[in-house]
Design a protein. Structure first.
Length: 323
């Protein structure tokens, strides 16, 4: 039996709990949250132990694995402390908030024990698209497009002090919401050669320090070109749009369904734990992590993370950034 402690029980911690209780061989041993009432309530609901201090949690030798569901600025220290304590780590996106932290993580720690939650890779439509494009029967990849149009208002950003701040969130729509779509571009499109990006805050001036909109032109090492556009300034949370154009075939993933040259070929489930536009892959991703499926470790999202940091660097400097 693998004993798990979920660290942070805000928006996404409960999603992990619901998924974990349905995985054979996994036991929710503890909930850790610095808000005592939150930890106690969750511990009572799941019949487990409550911790209010992360360091105390790591001292418990019964805990095999920690799930980090905390604000971005805590991820790096929590991951490294857990690894040093001999724990397995499952971490929500982003793995870390800064490029320098990512460098240290890969240079000094065993990242094969760090499992990121990039759940959209497990969506049935994306699994099918990976299978089809992996066969490479359609000629050269010419173009890749990723578009995210979601809504985050003042109430959302005021719900927690860390949101919308450079110091604690590290960025806005890219690092917090659209990184999943960027991951699909890198996962399916290939390694990135360069990015040229810009960002701005259209809708929440004076409310947040970070971008609500970011766009980028991407050049892939295989010669394909891409565009990426993400905004939180849309009034609704609409389905992600992801396109791949080959010489002899086109694919469109939109609103949870995959189309090829206009024909529907696959659709995701219409129910999800959490928000439907997040995708419905948390349960599959966590099951894979613990039952020997297609496990994602930190190395698998390394290119995505460095591309994300390059986009921010480009947007800040106005220069094209080579990776």
């Amino acid at each position: 039996m693998i004993n798990v402690c979920i660290v942070g029980f805000g928006a996404v911690g409960p999603v992990h709990a619901i998924a974990l209780k349905n995985i054979d061989g996994v036991n929710i041993y503890a909930i850790c949250d610095n808000k005592k009432e939150v930890a106690d309530k969750a511990a009572s609901e799941y019949g487990c132990k409550a911790f209010y201090d992360y360091d105390e949690c790591l001292k418990d030798e019964v805990i095999d694995s920690v799930h980090i569901c905390t604000p971005h600025y805590l991820h790096f220290e929590m991951i490294t402390k857990a690894l040093e304590a001999g724990k397995r780590v499952v971490c929500e996106k982003p793995i870390v908030m800064k490029k320098e932290e990512l460098d240290v993580l890969f240079e000094n720690y065993d990242t094969s024990k760090v499992f990121p939650i990039i759940q959209n890779r497990t969506n049935p439509s994306i699994v099918k698209l990976k299978e089809l494009t992996g066969a490479n029967d359609y000629g050269c990849l010419k173009a890749v497009k990723g578009i995210v149009t979601w809504s985050r208002d003042e109430k959302y950003y005021n719900s927690d002090a860390w949101r919308g701040t450079l110091k604690y969130e590290g960025g806005g729509v890219l690092i917090n919401q659209a990184v999943h779509t960027l991951d699909l571009m890198v996962y399916l499109g290939g390694k990135v050669k360069s990015v040229s990006s810009s960002m701005c805050n259209h809708s929440l001036k004076g409310v947040i320090e970070v971008e609500d909109t970011l766009n980028s032109c991407i050049e892939f090492k295989n010669g394909a070109k891409g565009i990426f556009f993400a905004t939180n300034a849309y009034p609704l949370n609409s389905g992600v749009q992801f396109e791949m154009e080959f010489e002899n075939k086109s694919f469109l993933y939109y609103n949870g369904a995959l189309y090829s040259d206009g024909e529907l070929i696959c659709a995701d489930a219409d129910k999800a734990v959490g928000k439907i536009y997040w995708g419905n892959g948390h349960a599959r991703t966590l099951k894979d992590c613990y039952t020997g499926g297609s496990k994602l470790c930190a190395d698998d999202v390394k290119d995505t993370m460095y591309t994300m940091f390059a986009m921010y660097e480009s947007a800040k400097s106005g220069e094209t950034i080579e990776l």
